[in-house]
Write a protein that binds this ligand. Structure first.
Ligand SMILES: C[S@@+](CC[C@H](N)C(=O)[O-])C[C@H]1O[C@@H](n2cnc3c(N)ncnc32)[C@H](O)[C@@H]1O
Length: 250
């Protein structure tokens, strides 16, 4: 009964948040659906969205799926890297927003983990940094840490081959909806592959159907010595998403 109520609340929260985003988008871009789609790829849209979240005191929100649903899917990739280079596993959460996936992974990992949380908007990074600072005492491995930085996913301020794993949960999904969506999304995938070490993985969580997303990912992967696989994720609340894995060759 409690579990059921919890799920219903979660679904209601996701829908409410989407409705809220839609409302923001409408106020910025008018009610036309094309404008609405374009607004999703604009920084101003997200700045306004997070301003409202901050005014309402929202400290955490996960798009699509949260830590509980992704931890078993993402952890095997992180552990694989730990075995191979025997030092910190280095990951990037691209367009992290108010997701606490990176925070919880960092806090709960037995192995030392360095995770960079990046977003094009500053406000969610500040909120997440405060949460990280307030929980610092309970980190499982004292060498693990989180870093926060503003970054545009299409022009990443990182050198080549410095991450083991890049996590993109819902970020390409919004970038692809902008007016230059297809081109920008391709650039985001190229940038992700550029910053990945050889043997690293780009993990995309998305609601976009494989018919569409695989065309984008395979197009970039075929020119970058990478391969693409995917799996369907059925969430406990009955929504369906996909996890795309772009594997950079060793
Ligand atoms: C749908 S939300 C997903 C947030 C988070 N990853 C999650 O799973 O809850 C998309 C995020 O991408 C960010 N974003 C949009 N365009 C971006 C860009 N060009 N570079 C980096 N982040 C971007 C937004 O600010 C927003 O936080």
């Amino acid at each position: 009964m409690f579990v059921c109520t919890g799920r219903l609340l979660h679904v209601a929260r996701v829908l409410a948040c989407r409705a809220q985003i839609k409302q923001h988008l409408s106020s910025i871009s008018g009610t036309n659906n094309d404008d609405l789609a374009n607004a999703m790829g604009k920084r101003a849209t997200w700045e306004n969205f997070y301003k409202t979240q901050s005014e309402q005191g929202t400290k955490q929100f996960d798009w699509f799926v949260g830590y509980e649903e992704v931890v078993d899917l993402v952890s095997p990739y992180l552990h694989k890297h730990k075995k191979s280079h025997n030092s910190h596993v280095v990951a990037l959460d691209l367009g992290c927003g108010l997701s606490n996936v990176a925070l919880r992974m960092c806090l709960s990992s037995e192995e030392p983990m360095r995770i960079v949380c990046a977003d094009i908007v500053m406000s969610p990074l500040q909120t997440m940094r405060q949460q990280y600072q307030s929980t610092r005492g309970v980190v499982r491995n004292s060498e693990s840490h989180l870093l926060f930085t503003m970054a545009d996913a299409s022009q990443l301020p990182f050198k080549d081959r410095c991450f083991d794993v890049v996590l993109d949960k819902g970020t390409t999904d919004v970038i692809i909806r902008s007016s230059r969506g297809g081109d920008l999304a391709r650039t985001v995938v190229q940038e992700s592959l550029r910053v990945l070490r050889c043997g690293g993985q780009l993990l995309q969580f998305s609601d976009e159907d494989p018919d569409i997303r695989l065309t984008l990912l395979n197009g970039v992967a075929s020119r970058s010595r990478a391969t693409v696989t995917f799996k369907e994720i059925s969430t406990p609340h009955g929504m369906e998403y996909f996890m795309y894995v772009v594997q950079k060759e060793s």
